[in-house]
Design a protein around this ligand. Structure first.
Ligand SMILES: Cc1cc2nc3c(=O)[nH]c(=O)nc-3n(C[C@H](O)[C@H](O)[C@H](O)COP(=O)(O)OP(=O)(O)OC[C@H]3O[C@@H](n4cnc5c(N)ncnc54)[C@H](O)[C@@H]3O)c2cc1C
Length: 379
């Protein structure tokens, strides 16, 4: 039985631990925080699954990973003992009349990049069609875009459900144990070292010492409750300065997000951000004026310069990082590929490591997901 050590119990670490334990491996998971800590990007995210909306501003690779992940999510969620809220009812994109240029620009970008086979997934709606799909918005917008097949899930449900699953599968969870460094077969924690067969680094922004190009991108979200308002699906409001999305959750709750700031300050949400998010929300529908603010949270998205996720093996250690604002969108496909690679090469990676050590060779990096030369992200 291969013993796999994973540093970081965010979305990437938990999903990997689960899939690797299911595949019959012995898994040890290390996190600097406790399982219910709510400060990671994974615990803060809106968890929208929007390959189409992201295609307008991201690399094609994100779209492809997102499409694969959208197919995997319902299958994987069905395997969890605890239910996780998941909906795939598409997304609406709207803009106020004075901001219609932003919506038109977004629509042109998207149509330009959309593969022919997916054209039918993007539909232009007039005001009546929009009102029929989302009655709350009747009379408020001249039309919009409908992005069919997009989804969203409740990240808090998922993170808790995965924790239960990991316990059930006997994953050894070292809570409150910071990993200082990873070696090819060792997890180096502050107080002790743990030998493993395969080491995986999934520490998000906490991996900066291993990935110097990694940076944190601050994001803030509000969670509100508003019983008088019903939305069937997430709505994106285009705006020249900032974009807003409102994602409905069970029990009349909504996630409202998100700011995107070039800052590694993970401190509390600022007044400016609350004003921007809340005023955009109110402009979507005045009934949101009575919404109760349940929480305001900020976290750092782990990002590389090209804004693409990266799964790679360097010096015998696997890294999964750079999930940026696409973690929920892309994680299942990334994790599936990494689990597949480990299943094919566990013996190889260990014996290759020993061979390398004997020969004194430099280990060449192995990549599963590398940036394309044209990779870019504007988000
Ligand atoms: C406001 C906001 C909104 C978002 N909305 C969306 C969205 O709608 N859709 C989408 O797809 N994505 C979204 N994202 C992005 C998504 O949340 C991230 O891409 C994803 O959660 C990254 O997961 P991760 O596991 O790589 O990193 P993290 O969630 O950062 O997890 C890293 C873990 O490593 C642990 N750690 C750190 N240092 C150490 C150490 N030294 N030793 C041990 N453990 C350590 C941390 O405690 C943490 O648990 C959003 C993010 C934010 C902030």
């Amino acid at each position: 039985m291969t013993h796999i050590g994973i540093a970081g119990a965010g979305l990437a670490g938990r999903l990997l631990a689960w899939r690797l334990a299911l595949a019959g491996n012995r898994v040890s998971l290390f996190d600097a925080k406790h399982r219910d800590d709510s400060t990671s990007a994974s615990q803060t995210a809106a968890a929208m699954l929007s390959p189409l909306a992201e295609l307008a501003v991201s690399d094609d690779a994100v779209f492809e990973l997102g499409q694969r992940s959208l197919a995997l999510w319902p299958q994987w969620l069905a395997q969890l003992a605890t239910p996780v809220y998941f909906k795939q009812g598409g997304t609406l994109v709207v803009a106020h009349t004075q901001d219609s240029a932003s919506l038109e620009h977004f629509s042109r970008l998207l149509h330009h990049k959309l593969p022919v086979a997916c054209k039918a997934q993007v539909q232009t709606l007039n005001a009546a069609e929009l009102a029929q799909l989302e009655p709350l918005l009747a009379g408020r917008f001249n039309g919009g875009l409908y992005l069919a097949g997009e989804g969203q899930l409740a990240n808090d449900h998922l993170m808790a459900a995965l924790a239960i699953e990991l316990d059930r599968l006997g994953v050894q969870w070292h809570e409150g144990q910071a990993v200082k460094a990873l070696e090819s077969q060792r997890m180096v924690c502050t107080a002790e070292k743990h030998d493993v067969d395969v080491a995986i680094d999934a520490r998000g922004v906490g991996s900066k010492s291993s990935l110097p190009a990694l940076r944190g991108v601050r994001g803030e979200v509000l969670r509100v409750a508003c019983k008088s308002v019903t939305l069937q699906r997430p709505v994106r409001l285009m705006h020249p300065r900032y974009q807003l999305y409102v994602a409905p959750r069970p029990n009349g709750e909504f996630v409202v997000g998100a700011t995107e700031l070039e800052s590694e300050d993970a401190g509390p949400v600022t007044v400016r951000s609350v004003l921007e998010l809340a005023s955009a929300l109110h402009s979507l529908h005045p009934a949101f004026g009575e919404a109760r603010i349940l929480s305001m949270r900020a976290a750092l998205r782990p990002a590389l310069d090209d804004h693409l996720p990266r799964v790679e093996q360097r010096e015998g250690v696997w890294h999964i990082n750079g999930l940026y604002r696409h973690g929920y969108l892309c994680a299942p496909a990334l994790v599936d590929d990494l689990v597949g690679a480990l299943a094919l090469t566990p013996a190889l990676s260990i014996s290759r490591q020993r061979e390398i050590e004997r020969a004194g060779e430099q280990d060449r990096p192995l990549f599963l997901h590398v940036p394309s030369p044209t990779g870019r992200g504007l988000g």
